[in-house]
Write a protein that binds this ligand. Structure first.
Ligand code: SF4
Length: 311
């Protein structure tokens, strides 16, 4: 396999992808579309995934009390002020952002894309909430804006999926991925390393599966424990242990090895607001974690072209 060098790193980062595609760094404006989730509203469950906070993974998104227009304006002004940002991604982050009638989705997505500086629509959702009319809507929007669909798969292992109350099985992911690929829509798949009961080999099984599934990008998260979640109760009862930073980085390094060189990596670790994070402490220092990861990659002679495994 031929190694490709991206930004002097042995993987294609999303920032490199965006700079190449748009000429500048493109920033995420996170909005809350006011949706819920089938594992929260009683359709498939009421408590959500065991690790999910009351914000539905949208701790950094805007307020659902504000209109989409207001949220986007506030986010854009904040990013211009803090980063001199010029182009933006409308990121529907909180809860399941395709879980509504298609006309409601159309109205909310179009509201978020009004500003010509918004060049990408990014929709966080679940494979079981991607009916054909929704995919057709995304395909229509893809004629004028780049569209990303983020899927919270987390693991390919059915026992773990049941344990975390994910609410759909792997065949549902396969079906959604096949339909997104056929529609030409870029899918970004989320995996969590360190889920209760999973070994490193199981985590890498998930990575290999996703790498071969047609996904365009991946996000790697570590299992962290947030306040007021079922996971927090299980952690307090010592029902599982969390990965150390060293163990997490070992998984990430091996995971990168199994990805196609042009697969876009959108995230290598997870962050959480300090006020709701219970553990692990080390993940608060994201910059430090990434520095440690890059040191590890260097020490593996990643930059000399000996990094990727033959598959
Ligand atoms: S699917 Fe996402 S938003 Fe819904 S409960 Fe699970 S983690 Fe939370």
């Amino acid at each position: 396999m031929t190694i490709r060098k991206w930004d002097h790193l042995p993987y294609q980062s999303v920032n490199h992808y965006l700079k190449t595609a748009y000429g500048v760094k493109v920033y995420k404006a996170s909005v809350n579309g006011g949706f819920t989730c089938p594992t929260r509203d009683g359709t498939k469950g009421i408590g959500g995934c065991i690790f999910c906070s009351g914000e539905g993974a949208g701790e950094c998104a805007g307020s659902r009390e504000d209109s989409i227009t207001t949220q986007m304006e506030l986010e854009i002004q904040r990013l211009i002020h803090s980063h001199h940002a010029e182009k933006f991604i409308a990121y529907f982050q909180a809860f399941t952002n395709t879980y509504a009638p298609v006309e409601e989705l159309r109205r909310k997505y179009q509201e978020a894309l009004q500003d010509p500086r918004v060049v990408i629509l990014d929709v966080g959702t679940r494979p079981d909430c991607l009916e054909e009319p929704v995919i057709a809507l995304l395909q229509e929007i893809a004629k004028t804006h780049e569209v990303w669909v983020e899927l919270g798969l987390q693991t390919i292992h059915e026992d773990t999926a049941r344990r975390i109350h994910r609410g759909y099985d792997l065949s549902c992911y396969d079906d959604a991925m096949a339909r997104l690929s056929a529609a030409g829509i870029k899918a970004v798949v989320h995996l969590i390393f360190g889920l209760p009961g999973e070994t490193k080999a199981m985590m890498l099984d998930s990575v290999r599966y996703v790498a071969a599934s047609g996904a365009w990008g991946v996000k790697f998260h570590l299992m962290h424990v947030l306040r007021d979640t079922v996971l927090a109760e299980q952690y307090a009862a010592e029902q599982f242990s969390l990965l150390t930073e060293e163990a997490y980085l070992e998984v990430v390094v091996d995971a990168i090895r199994w990805l196609p060189p042009d697969m876009v990596i959108h995230r290598l670790t997870a962050e959480a607001p300090r006020d709701i994070l219970i553990a692990p402490d080390w993940c608060i220092y994201k910059r430090q974690v990434l520095n440690h990861l890059h040191k590890k990659l260097k020490s593996l002679q990643a930059y000399q072209g000996e990094f990727y495994r033959q598959t």
